[in-house]
Write a protein that binds this ligand. Sequence first.
Ligand SMILES: Nc1nc2c(ncn2[C@@H]2O[C@H](COP(=O)(O)OP(=O)(O)OP(=O)(O)O)[C@@H](O)[C@H]2O)c(=O)[nH]1
Ligand SMILES: [Mg+2]
Length: 182
Amino acid sequence: MGLLSIIRKQKAKDAEVRVLTLGLDNSGKTTIVKKMLGEDTQAISPTMGFQINTMTHAGYTLNIWDIGGQTTLRGFWGNYFDKTNVVVWVVDCMSVERLHESYTELREKVILEDRLVGVYLVVVINKIDLWQGDLEALQQRVVEVLDLDNLVEPEKWTVALASGITGEGLDEMLDWVVQRDY
Ligand SMILES: Nc1nc2c(ncn2[C@@H]2O[C@H](COP(=O)(O)OP(=O)(O)OP(=O)(O)O)[C@@H](O)[C@H]2O)c(=O)[nH]1
Ligand SMILES: [Mg+2]
């Protein structure tokens, strides 16, 4: 590792990474955030506004903004965009019929947003504890319908298969987040 990249890494460690969790209502954003914080994931109600949570992962401080995804609240997402480093876009794998709606909202409210240019994107395919089929096929389908190969530069996005209930996939997702250059 060169000196510059060591300095850059150190700077990143000192800084806080701002993560915005977005996605359709009921996709599991709050459940995922609570699970990452080690909190109870039972009896979570729809988020009516937003909640800020702070956690550390591998020495990095993450400020995680959990925003409500109901249709009536999506117009307010823009209030939270400033200084965002990472958007975590949550998709419910059991609501395949809503995948297209998810694509439209991702494209219009996130990708085409000037203030989010250059931000990293993690698409979390959530609720895989309930998925009975082939995970690879599921992932391929989500990547295809969300048109990720065309919407986002290759080094700027990733997909995570995860469950907010069992917690699987979440650690790997956080590893990816803290390993980016900020
Ligand atoms: N089985 C299973 N259920 C989940 C999972 N994640 C969330 N849920 C359930 O899905 C429902 C919605 O979860 P929330 O975390 O409230 O979803 P949200 O995306 O925060 O919803 P909004 O705040 O309305 O945008 C709840 O009943 C959760 O228990 C998961 O990984 N597996
Ligand atoms: Mg919520």
